[in-house]
Design a binder for this molecule. Sequence first.
Ligand code: T5A
Ligand code: NA
Length: 213
Amino acid sequence: SGSNSESKRGALIVLEGLDRSGKTSQSSKLLTYLEGLGHSAELWRFPDRSTNVGQMISMYLSNKSQLDDHTIHLLFSANRWEKRSLMETKLKTGTTLIVDRYSYSGVAFSSAKGLALEWCKAPEIGLLAPDLVLYLDIQPEKAAERGGYGGERYEQLEFQKKVAKCYQVLHDASWKIIDACRPIEDIEKQLQEIVLDCVMTCQKGKPLSNLWS
Ligand code: T5A
Ligand code: NA
């Protein structure tokens, strides 16, 4: 059945890491790579600022609005839920999704503020589980040196140190820890190998599953 093209599904590949770890740079390189090999692939990102919920998140991140910590947490989660069914359709019809941030960002950033870990995870339960999480690992001090923080709400060294600690308790078997301090091209090559392997495994019929199990 794995050779039947109708049964081939796309892979759900997530990039995670601190602000300035290189997620957006590497996501777009991966898309170019997969498309070059003839794979159907799309680049997604969370927050998706194009929706009504995403607009509220964007206002909050740029300090144009204030929200209770629980409220903004649930909005980030809602922003993923509003894309869940489209995500499933894309994957089941053979499109691989490269996703720039996902539920791990949601939990790491909110728990870094002091919200309970289990409370943060609860609204993410039932979203699609990634086939692969590429964690771009960088020391907060090094990330802060890159191009300077742009002034969004969470772009502060002391807070990023807390986020790094919160990410550490989230990793599971789907994670690959990538040394993100190396040259862009070296990281790019390493990610290509890992991603191609994942895409092949999903094409062979690896089932989709839900967070958090
Ligand atoms: N958030 C997000 C939550 O709190 N809850 C949630 O549920 C979600 C989804 C959104 C913010 O919201 C938080 C997390 C965030 O604080 P965003 O829109 O994803 O933020 O953030 P951006 O500002 O767009 O992106 P980041 O700051 O995270 O940066 P990236 O994408 O990790 O890094 P990138 O690729 O833009 O690179 C940054 C700079 O470093 C250079 C690049 O050229 C660029 O100048 N660079 C390198 N330099 C040297 N060596 C390398 N290997 C390099 N790779 C990149
Ligand atoms: Na980014």
